[in-house]
Ligand binder design. Structure first.
Ligand SMILES: [Zn+2]
Length: 273
């Protein structure tokens, strides 16, 4: 049975560290009745007992309001009062001292942002704080200290938070899918519900237009090069025929040559003459 309880409590600690952001050393908030119970039953030293329970070093906290409450309870609580005074005093922000329950409620608030383990022997308080998310509850039995496993409400709260996170990512997936559809079919746009999506679509379209224009310009720029190739071909054609056209028809070249020859012949004839 002890091993089973131990495993259950370790699982609870893992739940609060993994899902609720609790970090070591754990902060344990001790209410007046809990301190009194530990002192009365000699479950001491308290920090050692609680660190063994949670498997981690702990810091024990209380408030001025709780110390004042212990003082009000009379001489039977003097030992508990001294023990409470040795704890770290958390700032509850109450200028006028309040009752212990009200002070704890204000300190932990709606979501226990400070990540306190709440240590109490008051069953009513335990019931109330089972309905507060991220609030582990430590209670004391006759001779031992125990950690409650997370309540159904706390588990469902964590699940809901996780689902919300996953829901956001699914929305992002939808947006991505719509983007893909828009890229494939830019004309079909009937579902324009969200402004951000429409803005993103427009951005995608603009990007596509710009890319197309740039591509066309590049193609046009590539065009002139073949013209230069054609010119080269013409030159080649002009240069090749004379080799082949020496025998077939080289009137022009013949003329040129004849001219050159005639000139040369004239020059030669002139020289001869
Ligand atoms: Zn207070």
């Amino acid at each position: 049975m002890r091993i089973k309880k131990r495993k259950r409590q370790n699982r609870a600690v893992k739940f609060y560290t993994a899902c609720c952001g609790f970090r070591k050393p754990f902060r344990v908030f001790c209410c007046g009745t809990f301190v009194h119970h530990l002192v009365d039953r000699r479950i001491t030293p308290a920090d050692h007992v609680l660190s063994q329970l949670l498997g981690s070093p702990v810091k024990l906290f209380t408030t001025r309001c709780i110390i004042a409450e212990l003082k009000r309870l009379g001489p039977s609580y003097t030992e508990a009062l001294d023990a409470a005074r040795s704890l770290v005093i958390a700032r509850c922000g109450h200028e006028e001292i309040k009752g212990g329950d009200a002070c704890i409620r204000d300190l932990i608030g709606k979501t226990n942002a400070e990540h306190f383990f709440l240590a109490t022997t008051d069953y009513g308080l335990r019931e109330k704080f089972r309905e507060v998310p991220n609030t582990p509850i430590i209670y004391a039995s006759e001779n031992a200290v125990m950690l409650e496993s997370p309540s159904a409400f706390q588990r469902s709260y964590v699940k809901n938070m996780e689902e919300k996170r996953s829901h956001l990512s699914s929305l992002e997936d939808k947006i991505l899918n719509r983007r893909k559809f828009n890229e494939e079919n830019s004309d079909t746009e009937k579902e324009g519900t969200e402004d951000q999506q429409t803005i993103k679509k427009k951005k995608v379209r603009k990007g596509l237009e710009v890319k197309d224009k740039v591509q066309f310009k590049r193609k046009r720029a590539k065009g002139p090069n073949p013209l230069s190739c054609l010119k080269k071909k013409k030159r080649e054609n002009t240069s090749t025929p004379p080799k082949d056209g020496n025998g077939n028809s080289g009137k022009k070249r013949n003329r040129k040559r004849t001219r050159s020859k005639s000139n040369k012949s004239k020059q030669a004839s002139q020289a001869e003459n």
